[in-house]
Design a protein around this ligand. Structure first.
Ligand SMILES: C[S@@+](CC[C@H](N)C(=O)[O-])C[C@H]1O[C@@H](n2cnc3c(N)ncnc32)[C@H](O)[C@@H]1O
Length: 284
């Protein structure tokens, strides 16, 4: 019998660490224990439990893990995101990636995947850049899929409503075109216009799954600021799995602190430190 301490017991901390690393891929070293406990307190209160130890028992001793699991995943994931985060990637998309993928003409349909989409700012940044290229006369169409393991962020992404503070990162000319201000300015939020919303959809997906159920002819995958939470073997497995969903000549973009994750993965050539390209099929 565990003594009812305000913190998680070592046994329950270990159980959460093993469960999350095994199913989600995220590593939770002892240095993250205080952060984890802080986030779990919210769940403890929501369930009317007195201590984190009682929350641990709720999960692992009283058989409530299955029903609590989605909330646990929401708690352990870090969902920080921004519009135009790491802006150099959107310059390279505009100047190199899209021209390479569309040079043969014929109004191609570009399939884009934001593979750890959080609340959707990355997917809608991609949509703004692509729509702006089309407005400037480039001849292609596109669809964007945003996926994430956290059901809570997928729900927020589907609303396409963002606080003004976040929208401030969108360049003014794109904000005027692609963001509708709330009717009541006191709400301090805006919504992405229907023209972009109709091109972007969001769904739940765990990058650790053996099968993604995603098309395998994707043109561009953005998988940024998630690999950093995984250990090196998991990073390589996930990148190889993502690469299998790229069409020959397609691109994978990782976060600036994740350049090592794509290096040395079979079939991928490094274009810049964080942009990789899948080999084209040999000409027949
Ligand atoms: C820090 S955010 C990055 C968001 C966006 N890519 C960006 O760079 O702004 C990382 C996201 O990865 C998601 N994530 C973590 N582990 C995942 C997994 N195994 N499968 C899918 N998404 C995962 C988290 O829920 C979180 O929303």
């Amino acid at each position: 019998m565990d003594i009812d301490v305000p913190h998680l017991s070592d046994r329950h901390f270990r159980s959460i660490v093993d469960l999350i690393q095994g199913r989600v891929g995220i590593q939770l070293p002892p240095s993250k224990r205080t952060m984890l406990e802080g986030r779990l307190r919210k769940r403890m209160r929501a369930l009317d439990l007195e201590t984190l130890e009682a929350y641990g028992r709720h999960l692992f001793d009283d058989g409530h893990l299955a029903e609590e699991y989605v909330h646990l995943v929401d708690c352990v994931t870090t969902n920080k995101t921004d519009f135009f985060r790491e802006p150099a990637h959107f310059d390279i998309l505009r100047q190199e990636i899209v021209p390479h993928l569309t040079h043969s003409g014929g109004r191609p349909l570009l399939k884009i995947w934001s593979a750890a989409a959080s609340t959707g700012a990355e997917a809608y940044t991609l949509a703004m850049v692509l729509q702006d290229m089309i407005a400037a006369g480039h001849d292609f169409t596109y669809t964007i899929l945003g996926t994430d393991i956290s059901t809570e962020v997928v729900r927020v992404a589907q609303t396409a409503i963002y606080p003004d503070d976040m929208l401030a990162a969108v360049p003014a000319h794109l904000r005027r075109r692609y963001v509708m201000a709330a009717r009541d300015p006191a709400r301090r939020q805006g919504r992405i216009v229907p023209e972009l919303r109709s091109r972007v959809r969001f769904q739940h997906l765990n990058l650790m799954d053996a099968h993604y159920g995603i098309d395998s002819d994707v043109h561009v995958i953005f998988c940024r600021n998630v690999l950093i939470y995984f250990d090196k073997p998991t990073q390589k497995t996930v990148v190889a799995h993502l690469a299998a969903h790229l069409r020959p000549g397609g691109y994978l973009v990782v976060g600036h602190s994740e350049s090592m994750a794509g290096a040395g993965v079979a079939g991928l050539t490094q274009v810049t430190s964080t942009v990789f390209r899948k080999a084209k099929e040999p000409a027949r």
